[in-house]
Each structure stands twice: as structure tokens, then as C-alpha cells.
Design a protein around this ligand. Structure first.
Ligand code: HEC
Length: 502
């Protein structure tokens, strides 16, 4: 999501006053905590009792048919013909189209034959490869390349599985579920993405595992989401490796209960090539893990090496530049919990603002862990192992591992989300339009306020425009057609866009 620069980092010096931690010069024996054995984390997601959830889960039908799409055929035509419960097998070949799935219980499976994949090629012209808003969707085995917007994006689909896809050189987001509950993203290889390779937005109960993400601005991003585990991923050569944060101003206001464990977070020093004005454009190159304003984030068992700004960077909204505080979002990163990690050679060429703050603690030289801003109840074990700045008020954690938490996925599945027709416009607006339009600012498209002035009494005109946009402004790119949305949704989103007030 893009709401102004997140980390143009102009830290407010002196914001941090609680306790000084000298990195050197003490001969006292450190507190050494064994990371094997010991207490396990006892917080995190607790499943709600049956009534609210499981009874209502509709199981995926096992009686569906299999539809075959051959090279040269249209995948979208198969989606049109499919019924809930069906599997669509897409044979190896090249498909240049946008597929939109607005039904439940569809498996869209690329067939791999002797290494040849079903390849979706946007030819550098199409915006999105696969969009869905259905529940219980599975997307597997595709190769997706040369799209301008999203590789795989969902709005409000619950119980999804996105697995074993290769997504390269594809626009703004590689894999981007938004407003979904209970989803698994695993074994994907995603590279060359201008914003986030894997971007979990406003979602709950998410598991991101065994992915390789590289050559992108943000590797894996958990934004305004709760109960997410990011584990066993390899994130390298991005601008930032793994990020957990709150973007202010979105309808969902919190990020908490995130476990980032057993990942390789290496060499994330790629110069930032995010679109100016996008959220991630302000991430300093060389950030291993970023925790901004998110609460209850546990960082455990990662190998974090060669990230030149910092291995782990923790900050509040107040110390990031260009953030408009949201009175409904707590700006502080509380309860960050750092367990054992292997950290090597981080923060060796950091940004001036971090250097300056480090100097207030008489710290010079490399930095593994950097924290700025108010924070309550954060903790760490074996702090003596790392080069640290700003963690003087972190206590010793009273647990050493997260072995008690396998995953935050909901075993029986989440209740399918039903989109009321009154919600349609809002969800499409949040899911699609806010990727490029903000209320007052210039993003990829012009501000919504300007659009409102043009179309105030004319929602029909707006709906027509988005169906087949024509080039209007010299200093903006073209807007991609939104003709995959049905007419009713286009009308609803037009009305919604004209009604928003911030
Ligand atoms: C991939 C980015 C992108 C997305 C997604 C997007 N827009 Fe746009 N939009 C643009 C750009 C760029 C322009 C400016 C185009 C121009 O002036 O030629 C624009 C312009 C517009 C305009 C101005 C038309 C005019 O007559 O001046 C409207 C209305 C609009 N968008 C509505 C929407 C709605 C509604 C959605 C969501 C369904 C949406 N846009 C999604 C990029 C986007």
C-alpha cells in the first residue's frame, strides 16, 4: 500500500531517552541463555471456540470436474465455465491475459511437464496476471512474467493457498493477498518486483514459508495484519528483507503477533527502485528486518548477514519521515522479542541518521540491531552477541523459543467471507484503486480529491472511464482498464470513490 514515504528516515534525535547501553567497555559476565530447551512462547493466537468459526466452514467439494486449458486457449474462459469445486489445469504454453476469479472453491493449477510451465506473459502491457476474490482458491505452478501491476492478487478471499509459482519482473506486487483470513504462501520464487515481492495486507492467520525472494524493493511484507508467521524463507538482494509494520490511514489499524523465524536474510543492499511516493520508496537499502509500529513481533533463529544499514531495524511512526500519524493506530513498536539469531556483518555502511543516533550512545561502527522510539515491554536474550543501539530498555525475555507455535493457520479453515453488495464498492476500492490513488496525495494516479471534483455528480461517467480509460494527463502514466470488474462492481466502486472523505 502506498501512503507516502514510510522511512525517508529523518529520525528525531533525542526521542529516545530511557537508559543507555554501552556496546563496549564492560567486563561483567554477560547473561548467557541457552536457546535449546527453556520456556516456549505462551502468547500469540488462540483459536476461538467452535461456534464462531468451524461449524460454518464449507468444505471444498471433492466432486468437481477438471477443465483443461491448452496452449492458445483462454484461462479466463475456463474460469467462466467452472463451478465451485472444479479444478482448472493449464497446460504448458504461453498465456497473455488477466484472469479474474470471482467464484469460490477453484483450483487453478499450472501443469509442469519436463520443466515447461504454463507461463502467463503480460508482454509489458497488461496490468495483472491473476486476481481473485473467491474463497478457498488454490493457485499453483505458474510462471508469471512481464506484468505491470500484480502477479497474484486477491481481495477478501479466505482460505487461500498460493504455491510453487515463479514470478519474475512483474510490476508492483508479486503475491499480494489483501483482506484475507487463513492463507498459505509457500515455495514460490519471486524476483524483480518494484514494491513488495510478497505483500500480505490487512489479513489474518497467514503462513509464509519456504519462499525465495530477491532483486525486489521489499522481500516479504506483513502490513496491517495479525497472526502471521514468516519462516524458512530466503530473502536476498532486496532493498529490505522482511518487514512487519503498520501503514497509517488504512481501514485496519494494527499489526501484531508476527513470528519471523528461521529465515535467511542476506545481502539486502539493492538500491531502492520503488516508485517515488510509494510506501517502500523510503526503506534504506541494506535493511535486513524492519519492524515499524508493529506489536508482539518475535524474531528467532534467522541468519541475518551482510545487510549494510542494519540487521534488525525497529522504529516508531514518530521517527520516520513523511508519515502522517493516524490517531487510531498506536505509533510505537511494543513488545518486540528478539531470541537467538545469527547475525554477521550488518550495519557496516549505515545511513547518517542512524550513525548520528548511535553516537548519542557512543557507538561507532557496524550495527546488528538498531531501535529508536518509545517501546514497551520489549525483550532480548543473549544481547551481548550483537552490536546494538537503542535497546537499553529491552529486558531479558522470559522464554527462549517459539516451539509451542506451529502455525497460526486455522485448522478447520475460516468461514468463507461473504461480500455484501453494500461492501462491494468499498472492497474493490481498497483492494484495487488505493494501490494507485490516495485521497490527497499524488501517487501513481492523481489524488481522489481531484477525481471527485471532476466526477462529483457523475458516477456513471467514472464507471465508464475505468472500464476503458483513455490517456488524459501528460505527467501521469496511462491507467490500466478495470474491465475485469463486472459492471455492478464498477458502478459500486465509482460511487464509493466519490463518497470517501479521506
Ligand atoms: C495501476 C494504477 C492504477 C489503478 C490500480 C487505478 N488507477 Fe485510476 N488512474 C491511474 C492513473 C495513472 C491515472 C491518470 C491517467 C491519465 O490521466 O491519463 C488514473 C486516473 C483515474 C481517474 C481520472 C479520470 C479522468 O477523467 O481524469 C479516475 C476516475 C480513476 N483513475 C479511477 C480509478 C478507480 C475507480 C480505480 C479502482 C477501480 C482506479 N482508478 C485504479 C492509475 C490507476
Amino acid at each position: 500500500m502506498s501512503t507516502g514515504k514510510i522511512l525517508g528516515i529523518a529520525f528525531v534525535l533525542g526521542a529516545f531517552g530511557a537508559g543507555w547501553y554501552m556496546g563496549s567497555g564492560h567486563d561483567e559476565a554477560p547473561v548467557i541463555t541457552s536457546s535449546s530447551g527453556g520456556a516456549s512462547y505462551s502468547g500469540g493466537y488462540k483459536e476461538e471456540p467452535l461456534a464462531s468459526n468451524q461449524g460454518a466452514v464449507k468444505k471444498r467439494s471433492t466432486e468437481g470436474q477438471t477443465l483443461i486449458v491448452n496452449d492458445g486457449d483462454s484461462i479466463q474462459a475456463a474460469v467462466k465455465a467452472a463451478s465451485p469445486g472444479d479444478t482448472i489445469q493449464v497446460m504448458p504454453g504461453t498465456y497473455s491475459e488477466t484472469v479474474y476469479i470471482d467464484k469460490d472453491d477453484i483450483r487453478l493449477i499450472g501443469v509442469i511437464k519436463a520443466g515447461e510451465r504454463a507461463t502467463m506473459d503480460g508482454l509489458g502491457k497488461l496490468n495483472d496476471a491473476i486476481l481473485y476474490s473467491g474463497n478457498n482458491i488454490i493457485i499453483e505452478n505458474f510462471k508469471i512474467t512481464r506484468y505491470k501491476g500484480n502477479g497474484i492478487m486477491s481481495q477478501a478471499g479466505n482460505n487461500f493457498e498460493i504455491r510453487n509459482n515463479l514470478i519474475m519482473d512483474t510490476g508492483v506486487y508479486g503475491i499480494f493477498p489483501q483482506l484475507g483470513t487463513n492463507g498459505l504462501i509457500e515455495h514460490n520464487v519471486v524476483s524483480g518486483i518494484e514494491d513488495a515481492a510478497i505483500y500480505v495486507g490487512m489479513s489474518d492467520n497467514i503462513h509464509v514459508a519456504y519462499n525465495e525472494v530477491f532483486d525486489s524493493v521489499a522481500g516479504i511484507e506483513i502490513e496491517n495484519s495479525r497472526h502471521a508467521i514468516v519462516e524458512n524463507n530466503y530473502t536476498h538482494n532486496n532493498t529490505g528483507g522482511i518487514l512487519a509494520f503498520i501503514t497509517p490511514g488504512l481501514p485496519i489499524k494494527t499489526t501484531y503477533d508476527v513470528i519471523i523465524r528461521n529465515n535467511f536474510i542476506v545481502d539486502n543492499n539493492t538500491p531502492n527502485f520503488g516508485a517515488p511516493g510509494s510506501t517502500v520508496a523510503g526503506i534504506p537499502a541494506g535493511t535486513g528486518i524492519l519492524v515499524m509500529a508493529a506489536d508482539d513481533v518475535i524474531i528467532e533463529g534467522n541468519i541475518i548477514s551482510n545487510n549494510k544499514t542494519a540487521g534488525i531495524l525497529i522504529n516508531d511512526h514518530g521517527s520516520a519521515a513523511n508519515i502522517t500519524l493516524d490517531p487510531e493506530s498506536d505509533p510505537n513498536a511494543d513488545r518486540t522479542m528478539i531470541l537467538d539469531n545469527v547475525m554477521l556483518n550488518n550495519g557496516y555502511d549505515t545511513i547518517d541518521e542512524i550513525k548520528a543516533f548511535a553516537l548519542t550512545e557512543m557507538h561507532t561502527g557496524p550495527i546488528d540491531i538498531f531501535h529508536i522510539g518509545p517501546s514497551e515491554d520489549s525483550c532480548i536474550i543473549n544481547r551481548h552477541r550483537y552490536k546494538t543501539v537503542g535497546i537499553g530498555d529491552f529486558t531479558e525475555c522470559d522464554f527462549t523459543n517459539t516451539d509451542s507455535v506451529d502455525s497460526y493457520l486455522i485448522p478447520g479453515g475460516a468461514k468463507p467471507r461473504v461480500i455484501e453488495s453494500s461492501e462491494r464498492g468499498k472492497i474493490a476500492y481498497l483492494g484495487v484503486c488505493t494501490g494507485c490513488h490516495t485521497y490527497t496525495g499524488r501517487m501513481i494516479g492523481p489524488p481522489v480529491k481531484v477525481i471527485q471534483a471532476l466526477y462529483m455528480d457523475n458516477p456513471e461517467g467514472l464507471a465508464e472511464y475505468i472500464n476503458a480509460p483513455i490517456k488524459k494527463r501528460e505527467d501521469y502514466p496511462e491507467m490500466p482498464p478495470q474491465n475485469y470488474l463486472d459492471a455492478e462492481t464498477r458502478k459500486a466502486v465509482a460511487e464509493y470513490m466519490l463518497s470517501v472523505t479521506r
